[in-house]
Design a protein around this ligand. Structure first.
Ligand code: F6R
Length: 643
């Protein structure tokens, strides 16, 4: 039960209109610092009153930065964990505590090994007890928490299916700590950690919803666009066992801590004009009008004064006077985004085109985080730029080696082996590398980290595929650059932070090519992901190079990664594709054979990459069509980045 006297006070602040108090931060780093501060405050307060602080902790990618900040507070500000007792939410079952994917190991690596907490004060559900002993274990786990007076704070992440802890959809509000069968979404999301879906355990031991609801304070964190939909459902939807996180709507001292991306589907973000006064700048008008047209299923030019008034846009109407004027302004601005000349059209005026006409032949540098992002996300535009005579370079930022399956690597090693035997080629270095790789792969344990020679093999497989795509699109091999940014080379999902060496590599290629156009992956869907780090390296390089003369002529266009598209109101360049061009792009994507047929990082979307790309590009074309524009087969979309 919540004891009023012990409940940690809510700071006074503006609370949004959602059914759960929500605070939205610029990014995960800022949000995590605030949460770490809150935990530190609880630890200090409890210590001052001579009591231990009882913390409920979560694992997963979300709270990592909170733990990093707690370690920092311990090391540089003397925050002591001597009097801290922790209870983790869950552990896979079965799971050895020292396994790479174990939550026991995670907590040691992310927090416990770096602070002065006594091992006996750290409690994590078991992954090793025999089945028949689990019921007793779970009962005792809850009893231990109760004996200590309950959890002072429970930190939560949220699954894309709405789970908290491993309380999967269907879990009841009074569910106890127990063995739980994992939902397929959860298992698919974990597949990357285990190498493949079949190796993800089917069960886990989790603290129940009841124990979570009894915590005196609950803080749920969610970062990244991939959490946006479930966050909307948990905060704005009905309380339902279908989304266990929605139970938190009934908690008396809860807060959701979000970044901009995870908050992006909330009504207050999607339709801010319904909640507050807004500044009607061009972007906001475009957002409101496209939203209105799509929700009423009417083309923009058919929207009436009444449509505006009846749908919360009377304020906008009052500013402009007539629907006709607003409609026209938005329609034209969208019309001007559409171009078949992504590098500019030198024989026509560029007054209403997204790109400059001159120089007629531009130097173009496409950054591709992985070896297939260029073709998947902007294959049609890539082809047009080449066909329209621009000097197109591609820089593949990382090797992408961890996305190659072991079987695939062995297939290539076999090929090379046969090749070497047949031609009796003496190449000591290569033979050693491949022999070493084969020996490792033949004995590789589940999710053991690949040794450098295996990563090398997997890396050259992906390089070969990228080269094949570039040949197919028609650029010379001298325009293909493999940057192999070092931050990526851990052999694991967890990458190193962006380093000086990475930034130098990216800056050097920009300085070498002096591009008029840069295309980069502006994918923020996964804040921990490779795309974001690759983008940060580009942004930092642009910052460093911006004083160079040639940078005055450099425009930067951002494409989205494989998973999502820009919102229609954000798009600044829309490049249409004909059915033939769509097919050509498909064949370009086919060059990436190692990424076909159930890849290592499939996610919960069973479609192949070419299918995702086609669905997405045709969906964008559909949106333009619904808003009243011509019916294209597909459209690739870009946003301009001003540095
Ligand atoms: C972890 C846990 C899970 C995660 C959730 C989100 O202990 O109980 O509920 O919080 O699956 O995982 P990430 O943070 O990896 O997106």
């Amino acid at each position: 039960m919540i004891e009023a006297t012990e409940a940690i006070e809510l700071e006074k602040e503006t609370i949004s209109l959602e059914r759960v108090p929500t605070k939205i931060y610029k990014d995960a780093a800022e949000a995590s610092k605030a949460v770490a501060q809150e935990i530190a405050k609880i630890i200090r307060k409890k210590n001052a009153s001579g009591k231990p602080a009882v913390l409920g902790l979560a694992t997963g990618s979300t709270p990592k930065k909170v733990y990093a900040e707690l370690i920092r507070l311990h090391k540089s500000e003397g925050l002591s964990f001597e009097n801290v007792i922790t209870f983790n939410l869950d552990e896979y079952y079965p799971m050895q505590p020292d396994a790479v994917q174990s939550y026991h190991r995670f907590m040691k690596e992310q927090l416990f090994d770096h602070v002065n907490i006594a091992p006996e004060n750290c409690h994590i559900p078991t992954g090793t007890l025999p089945l028949e002993k689990l019921a007793i274990f779970c009962k005792e786990y809850e009893a231990q928490i109760e004996e200590l007076g309950g959890l002072d704070i429970q930190i939560l992440g949220i699954g894309r299916n709405g789970h908290i802890g491993f309380n999967e959809p269907g879990s009841l509000v009074n569910s106890k700590t127990r063995l739980m069968t994992l939902d397929i979404t959860t298992r698919m999301d974990a597949a990357g950690d285990f190498g493949t879906l079949v190796k993800v355990p089917r069960r886990a031991v989790t603290m129940g919803v009841k124990a979570i609801m009894e915590a005196k304070r609950v803080v749920l964190l969610a970062f990244g666009e991939h959490k946006a939909q479930v966050i909307k459902e948990a905060i704005e939807g009905p309380v339902s066992e279908k989304i266990p996180a929605s139970y938190l709507q009934g908690h008396q001292n809860v807060r959701f801590i979000l970044d901009e991306a995870s908050a992006s589907e909330l009504s207050s973000r999607k339709k801010p004009w319904l909640f507050d006064e807004v500044i009607w700048d061009k972007m906001m008008v475009k957002k409101a009008v496209t939203n209105l047209a799509l929700s009423l299923d009417k083309p923009i030019l058919k929207l009436t004064n009444r449509d505006y008034n009846e749908n919360g846009l009377s304020d906008l109407l009052a500013n402009y006077g007539q629907a006709y004027d607003i409609n026209l302004q938005v329609f034209q601005s969208l019309q001007h985004t559409i171009t078949g000349w992504p590098g500019g059209k030198s024989l026509a005026s560029d007054a209403n085109r997204p790109e400059r006409a001159f120089p007629a032949q531009k130097r173009v540098l496409i950054f591709s985080p992985h070896p297939d992002d260029d073709i998947i996300s902007m294959g049609g535009t890539f082809q047009r730029l080449v066909d329209q005579g621009h000097d197109v370079h591609v820089a593949y930022q990382t090797s992408g080696n961890i996305a190659v399956a072991d079987d695939e690597a062995l297939r290539f090693i076999d090929f090379l082996d046969d090749f070497n035997t047949a031609f009796d080629i003496e190449n000591k270095k290569y033979n050693t590398v491949f022999e070493e790789a084969r020996a490792f792969l033949s004995k590789k344990k589940d999710s053991e980290i690949d040794i450098p020679s295996v990563r090398y093999v997997k890396g050259i497989i992906r390089q070969g595929e990228a080269k094949a795509t570039c040949r197919f699109v028609g650029i010379p091999s001298s325009n293909v650059h493999f940057l192999d940014m070092p931050f990526y080379e851990t052999g694991a999902i967890q990458k190193m932070p962006l380093g000086e060496a990475d930034i130098k590599i990216v800056s050097n290629i920009i300085a070498e090519i002096k591009p008029h156009q840069i295309f980069a992956a502006g994918d923020l869907a996964d804040p921990h992901g490779t795309h974001k780090v690759c983008l940060d390296a580009i942004f930092e390089s642009l910052e460093r190079l911006k004083k160079e003369d040639y940078m005055n002529d450099c425009w930067v266009w951002l494409y989205r990664g494989a998973w999502a598209e820009w919102d229609i109101h954000e798009i600044e360049m829309a490049v249409p594709m004909s059915p033939t061009q769509v097919l050509q792009k498909r064949h370009g994507i086919f060059k990436h054979q190692s990424q076909k047929d159930g890849v290592v990082f499939q996610g919960n979307d069973s479609r192949e990459f070419w299918q995702r790309a086609e669905d997405r590009n045709s969906a964008t074309a559909d949106l333009y069509n619904k808003l009243g524009f011509a019916e294209y087969a597909a459209i690739e979309a870009f946003v301009r980045y001003h540095f």
